[in-house]
Design a protein around this ligand. Structure first.
Ligand SMILES: [Zn+2]
Length: 285
């Protein structure tokens, strides 16, 4: 599940690989992948890739040429990948969602693993990106971390920290993996409410956002020109249930939800309390 650090390294590597590349044609084999129809994908022919960056967890590819630059805003959802390939995809590849064919034979490909079609893209005039609902509703970027006063304001809500920090309208870029790492770094319970935090705890949470920057630094070191399908995520607690906490040695515990899992250190984050399994409590309601 690509989150801020994974999308950042993807955007950096794609930007390097594609800068100046001329588009020959573009198609969307995933019938529901394109959420816009005007301008059409065919407008990309003859344009050049100007740069690639990200907003929150969404990669953005800017293409110059024509009257106004166009941007391809991509949402990878949980199983999408945006990658450059040396050869074009077989038309039988059912993972293909959007294919941007480069004149030199390469191809920028939005693929999606699994059977569900959830990843999407929008082609917009670059001047309309900021106003797009998915961009306009984003909270401040989680990395580089927002100013501490702004961060304190956005997390001051009566909601559990785990869903609060994953809410892109509150703060942009954090998902199910990195939220566990941030809360562990800050030694805060996933079930503490944002509005219950003492000023010192808000400060710890704000400082903990550095794990996102550390992850980007890690990827810069270990990832070559191409981002692999599965990134070597430097996670210390997420999906490490039963392993020793890297800081205090207590056994990492987990709460299982219907579609995700939260891992935490009971000794440092919940005062020794084990949290209830939410799958079971949901069934009993
Ligand atoms: Zn610990």
């Amino acid at each position: 599940m690509p989150e801020l650090p994974e999308v950042e390294i993807t955007a950096r590597r794609l930007g390097t690989a594609l800068a100046g590349a001329e588009v020959e044609s573009a198609v969307a084999p995933g019938m529901v992948a394109m959420k816009t129809i005007d301008p059409p994908l065919s407008d990309l022919a003859g344009r050049r890739v100007e740069r690639v960056w990200r907003v929150g967890k969404m990669p953005v590819v800017e293409l110059s040429g024509g009257e106004e630059p166009l941007v391809l805003l991509v949402h990878l959802m949980s199983a999408g990948r945006l990658q450059v390939f040396d050869k074009r995809a077989s038309l039988k590849d059912r993972r293909s969602r959007v294919l941007i064919r480069v004149a030199d034979g390469r191809e920028l490909r939005l693929r999606e693993f699994g059977t569900k079609q959830r990843a999407w893209a929008k082609l917009l005039p670059s001047g309309e990106l900021e106003a797009d609902e998915m961009v306009a509703t984003l909270g401040p970027e989680a990395w580089p971390a927002p100013p501490s006063e702004e961060f304190a304001r956005v997390v001051d809500q009566p909601r559990h920290l785990h869903p609060l920090l994953r809410d892109q309208r509150v703060i942009a870029g954090i998902g199910r993996s990195w939220v566990d790492e941030i809360l562990w770094e800050a030694a805060l319970s996933p079930f503490k409410q944002g509005s219950e935090l003492e000023a010192e705890e808000v400060g710890r949470l704000h400082a903990a956002l550095h794990v996102l920057g550390d992850a980007i630094d890690h990827y810069e070191e270990v990832i070559g020109e191409t981002v692999p399908d599965k990134l070597p995520m430097p996670l210390r607690v997420h999906r490490r249930e039963g392993e020793p906490c890297p800081r205090c040695g207590a056994t990492i515990a987990a709460v299982h939800f219907a579609e995700h899992i939260t891992c935490y250190c009971p000794k440092e984050q919940t005062g020794g309390r084990m949290l209830k399994d939410r799958r079971l409590s949901r069934l009993l309601k």
